[in-house]
Design a protein around this ligand. Structure first.
Ligand code: PMV
Length: 306
């Protein structure tokens, strides 16, 4: 059996602005999706996860099904059993779909000796996300494949983030597609107002690059707070997200903001490692579900090959 895993991600700065070519800083986090694959002599394909047990099924397991079809360009895939386990909250801006896509590609790559490079895995992963979602930026699949912290769109690797990271899930589902469309509409109606907001968000990543490389988390936190305010101003905030953001700040975080598309989903806070429990507790009290995590330099990897 082969087991591959891949991480989720958070945006330190820049979601939404990145859609318009502005810079963003994205960081892989130590929440992983694990994909176990073994041969099945009966030539049947089965995919099992918390969502159920299916064959190739574009309703229940769209990403894994699309990966199997794409990987048939490189290998003759007949009978396999795939089992998926994940620490990453589903559909809430932490990169669960990219992680399952990338980990499945890597596991099939290893099982069928396809010799795909990491760059190729990231590219295929992005194509699968586009196929399933209709549109997707390459950010999630790239960071999940490589691990670490990256400036997007240049794909420049920055120093790893070494402070505490707490993610707060509002448990409110939101649609990235709808939120991106709402921002596009606002930008069309008020270009003189929304254009500068998006380019200001882009400037945060430019300033943030040096702050990340200097491990200056106090200054990063201040800019994250401003980034949150700007995301709120373009309509992707919510009462629940801001409640968790304020709870995190008032319990000692360096800064806190939405991560991902917003509207619901998750926020993220950075803090001194000694304060992770306090921030996580405050997020729970404010009605969210907290997850204490770390940045990770480990992108997609083969965990076992027995
Ligand atoms: O919510 P997520 O993790 O899918 O992130 C969306 C990030 C956006 O900038 C809003 C869209 C994108 O494709 O970059």
């Amino acid at each position: 059996m082969i087991t591959c895993s891949a991480p989720g991600k958070i945006y330190i700065f820049g979601e939404h602005a990145v859609v318009y070519g502005e810079n963003a800083i994205c960081c892989a986090v130590d929440l992983r999706t694990r994909v176990h694959i073994e041969h099945d002599e009966s030539a049947i394909i089965s995919i099992e996860s918390v969502l159920g047990k299916t064959g190739i099924d574009f309703e229940i397991h769209p990403y894994v099904s699309a990966v199997i079809e794409r990987m048939r360009e490189f290998a003759s895939i007949k009978g396999i059993r795939i089992k998926i386990e994940s620490d990453i909250p589903v559909g809430s801006g932490v990169g669960s779909s990219a992680a399952v896509t990338v980990a499945t590609i890597a596991a099939l790559n290893r099982m069928f000796d396809c010799n795909l490079t990491l760059e190729k895995i990231a590219k295929l992963g992005h194509e699968v996300e586009i196929q399933v979602q209709g549109a997707a930026s390459p950010t999630d699949t790239y960071v999940s494949t490589m691990g670490g912290v990256f400036m997007i769109p240049q794909r420049k690797q920055l120093k790893n983030i070494e402070c505490g990271i707490v993610i707060g899930n509002t448990n409110v589902l939101s649609s990235t597609k709808e939120l991106v469309a709402n921002v596009a509409e606002l930008r069309k109606n008020y270009p003189q107002i929304i254009g500068p907001v998006l380019s200001t968000i882009g400037s945060m990543s430019e300033i943030g690059e040096e702050l990340v490389d200097n491990s200056d988390y106090i200054s990063i936190g201040k800019l994250m707070d401003i980034n949150h305010g700007l995301l709120d101003s373009i309509g992707v905030g919510s009462f629940e997200l801001s409640s968790l953001v304020y709870a995190a700040r008032s319990s000692g975080a360096f800064g806190a903001k939405i991560t991902g598309a917003g509207g619901g989903g998750c926020m993220v806070a950075l803090m001194d490692k000694a304060k992770t429990e306090a921030v996580a507790g405050a997020i729970n009290e404010a009605g969210g579900s907290s997850i204490i995590t770390n940045a990770t330099e480990h992108g997609v990897m083969v965990e076992s090959n027995l």
